[in-house]
Design a protein around this ligand. Structure first.
Ligand SMILES: Cc1cc2nc3c(=O)[nH]c(=O)nc-3n(C[C@H](O)[C@H](O)[C@H](O)COP(=O)(O)OP(=O)(O)OC[C@H]3O[C@@H](n4cnc5c(N)ncnc54)[C@H](O)[C@@H]3O)c2cc1C
Ligand code: FES
Ligand code: FES
Length: 411
């Protein structure tokens, strides 16, 4: 067990000791940590609630094949201990050591993709994640990658053009060259559990399911977090001091997805983007719903377990999972319970989960022949996006029919 965290920044392995570091706590966000460094001021705060994308960074983490997976996330909603064992990449890291801009940065310059520049580092980081994950992304993939970044002054056409131009060829860059070195650093970081205890807070990051269940038994009042996209708002918006936290983000057993002849079993900590990659064929209604679930930055960390954990009436997966007759698995030292979703939720943010129980997985039975499940979230036109690119003809059509769209034209 350790009380410090290790992660990679600027090509070096760093260790943070929360007892001896002034001004940071275990619920400090990565955004505030970066802003406190003299060398990483590119990252910006816009909303501090995951909506604007100005704080977007990229996290590199080891996948199963000794490769690094790059994910864009909102640094305003990531607690510092969640960096353990990962590579933190900011806009300052993109240029090469001899000062040459990264292809996504150069394309933004060439295409005039920035005006005031406030949103630009965040947009660059979303584009960088796109560059690393796709060669020749489709227009739909580009829109999806940028849907969580709000720009109030440039207009999206040149930004989309920059993405089309820079991501069209291949995804090699100086990060590719340096990957074996970073993978070596990842492997040198111990995977043991982390217990950070300070005067005011206890932050526990178990490394196994067994330990997580024991900790919840010992500390039944502790707040469980998986991706923290919901829980972090209690810190960033309500300025609440979270005294006891059990962070499940390092429990590998909760990140497993298993298929059987009759069902798909999804671990509570599987991210929404990963869930999406498993369900298109057998659970199209859930797939459709996840296509309009938040932004890519949120879906990279938000989990199915967390969505059910909120038991919120605005939780998007809950009605669809009910329609699929899904069951939630609750586990504690006293055993395991399998409960259908309609019996799991008892009221507004209320469930039958006992204080010492964890949600460990969700079972979605395959749909019987002939049965049809459909989902619907406002509209497929993606008018839930915080920003969108529209053709002039599309806009003119909407202006004809809607007063609210007329307001958009006046701005
Ligand atoms: C900008 C933004 C956009 C969003 N858009 C959407 C949207 O479109 N649709 C939607 O439904 N939601 C949305 N959300 C809400 C949130 O992202 C989801 O509810 C998400 O699924 C929560 O997952 P998480 O892992 O981040 O949960 P966390 O924040 O880690 O946890 C959420 C709650 O569940 C409990 N919990 C988590 N895991 C467990 C567990 N294993 N066992 C027991 N309890 C647990 C926690 O204690 C906490 O109370 C959005 C949030 C933000 C900030
Ligand atoms: S500051 Fe707006 S998404 Fe993080
Ligand atoms: S360039 Fe000003 S907000 Fe995007």
């Amino acid at each position: 067990m350790r009380s410090t965290i290790s992660f990679v920044l600027d090509g070096k392995k760093l260790e943070l000791d929360f007892k001896n570091s002034k001004g940071i706590s275990s619920t400090s966000t990565v955004l505030n940590y970066l802003r406190s460094l003299p060398t990483h001021k590119g990252v910006k705060e816009g909303c501090a609630e995951g909506d604007c994308g100005a704080c977007t960074i990229v996290l590199g983490e080891l996948d199963g094949n000794d490769k690094i997976k790059y994910k864009a996330v909102n640094s305003c909603l990531v607690f510092l201990p969640m960096l353990h064992g990962k590579q933190l990449i900011t806009v300052e890291n993109l240029k090469t050591s001899d000062g040459k801009l990264h292809p996504v940065q150069q394309a933004m310059v060439d295409e005039y993709g920035s005006q005031c520049g406030y949103c630009t580092p965040g947009i660059i980081m979303s584009m960088f994640a796109l560059y690393k994950n796709y060669s020749k992304p489709t227009r739909e993939q580009i829109d999806d990658a940028l849907a969580g970044n709000l720009c109030r002054c440039t207009g999206y056409r040149p930004i989309v053009d920059a993405a089309l131009k820079s991501c069209a060829y291949n995804c090699r860059d100086h990060f590719t060259e340096n990957e074996p070195h970073i993978v070596g650093m990842f492997k040198s970081i111990s995977k043991e559990s982390i217990h950070i205890q300070t005067d005011q807070q206890k932050y526990l990051q178990p490394a196994s399911l067994g330990e997580a269940i024991s900790l919840k038994h010992r500390f039944p009042e502790a707040l469980i977090i998986c991706g923290a996209t919901d829980a972090a708002l209690r810190v960033t918006k309500d300025h609440e001091l979270l005294k006891e936290i059990i962070d499940l983000s390092s429990v590998t057993e909760l990140k497993e997805v298993k298929g059987t002849d009759t069902a798909l079993i999804i671990g509570a900590s599987v991210s929404m983007n990963d869930v999406r990659s498993y369900i298109e064929k057998f659970f199209p209604a859930l797939f459709e719903m996840l296509n309009v679930f938040a932004s890519s930055q949120i879906r990279n960390v938000a989990t199915l377990g967390g969505n059910l954990g909120t038991a919120s009436p605005v939780g998007d997966t809950i009605p669809v999972l009910m329609a699929y007759n899904a069951k939630v698995i609750l586990e504690s030292l006293n055993g395991r319970r399998e409960i259908t979703l309609d019996n799991y939720i008892t009221g507004y943010r209320k469930t039958v989960r006992k204080p010492d129980e964890l949600i460990t997985s969700i079972i979605i039975p395959k749909v019987l022949n002939g049965a049809i499940v459909k989902s619907y979230k406002v509209s497929k036109r993606k008018d839930l996006d915080i920003s969108k690119v529209q053709s002039l003809e599309e806009l003119q059509r909407e202006i004809c029919y809607s007063n609210s769209t007329l307001k958009l034209e006046r701005r």
